[in-house]
Design a protein around this ligand. Structure first.
Ligand code: BMA
Length: 316
């Protein structure tokens, strides 16, 4: 099979990009990196909106089929609040899970430490039952930290939070554990960067992990610094359901910037997924990603195909 005939696991939705600043009901600079969840029979995106000052907030867009006819709210759902220690310039890159034991959704997003020198990025946890009323659960983990999401259920009695601190200059994916969503510990590296590969300079979680009978499916982004800038691409890993150890990891990237809306924008050559919804009838994964830090796009894959592919991969 030559490269031309290689069957890609993820297909771009033909109507991409699905959301752009032209769709927005108020003046904005860019819309990208949305969290996603099924809510009341609709697909709800919590979209990162960058205003024309360069500050980000989160706004809800909803659609019945997750592809067309998006209803976009005319006011933000969440903005950074100094009273919760968040520097006013941003909430970014949300991920959303439903926690059955708490009967609420938990949103994790990047916020910036107000009043701390250099205002480093950190993780805010926010709870909601209806996407109208939101309760701040506070800032978690030591900064700098990004790309965080809870697992959608407890692991051996602990909530588990995937996150991406910078440690001694390394940007690996870590996991931390908590009994109460407040105090976190037992931190360890989950998915490291790989020397000289497409994911050599930084890795970070994409959407929340997905439970399958064969393990937790993790979609992550990997970054390589090149002479003409960074390239953000997507890779896959499967984690043991109990120990969370990596059992399979794609050597290759499986989705990368190719179309013009992914290659050129506010940041060139970026695909950055934060949201996923599974269509239980078709077993399709709808992966929502920011393209070039400018627009929202959709990639579709079959869950069985992904797991079969991964099961042929080794551990690293
Ligand atoms: C990462 C995050 C994302 C952004 C990406 C590409 O570090 O800050 O919000 O999409 O860089 O610029």
């Amino acid at each position: 099979m030559n490269n031309k005939n290689f069957k890609e696991l993820f297909k771009r939705y033909e109507g991409n990009p699905i959301l752009t600043l032209e769709n927005w009901p108020y003046k904005v600079g860019a819309v990208f990196n949305p969290g996603a969840i099924k809510f009341n029979d609709e697909i709800l995106l919590l979209v990162r909106v960058e205003d024309r000052q360069g500050y980000s907030h989160l706004t809800i867009a909803k659609s019945k089929d997750g592809k067309t006819n998006w209803q976009i709210n005319s006011v933000p759902a969440l903005i950074a609040e100094q009273e919760f220690g968040e520097a006013i310039f941003g909430l970014e890159d949300p991920r959303i899970v439903w926690l059955e034991d708490r009967k609420e959704y938990i949103i994790t997003c990047i916020s910036f430490f107000d009043g701390v020198a250099c205002e480093p990025p950190g993780i805010s946890l926010i709870a909601t039952k209806d996407f109208l009323n939101f309760k701040r659960l506070g800032r978690k983990l030591i900064p700098p930290n990004k790309d965080a999401s809870l697992f959608p259920k407890t692991i051996k009695g602990y909530y588990a939070l995937i996150n991406r601190p910078i440690v001694e200059g390394r940007a690996d994916i870590w996991v931390s554990f908590s009994k109460d969503l407040d105090f976190w510990g037992k931190d360890r590296v989950l998915i490291p960067t790989r020397h000289r590969a497409w994911d050599s300079d930084r890795v970070g979680l994409g959407p929340p992990p997905i439970e399958t009978p064969d393990g937790w499916l993790v979609i992550y982004h990997g970054v390589r610094n090149t002479a003409s800038g960074t390239i953000y691409r997507m890779g896959l890993a499967l984690l043991d359901l109990e120990t969370l150890g990596v059992i399979h990891r794609s050597k290759d990237w499986i989705f990368g910037p190719k179309e013009s809306y992914e290659r050129v924008g506010n940041t060139d050559d970026v695909v950055f997924p934060c949201g996923v919804v599974i269509d239980k009838k078709t077993n399709e994964l709808l992966v929502y990603y920011g393209a070039a830090d400018s627009v929202v796009a959709l990639a579709i894959a079959n869950l069985n195909d992904i797991v079969s592919y991964l099961k042929k991969c080794t551990r690293c």
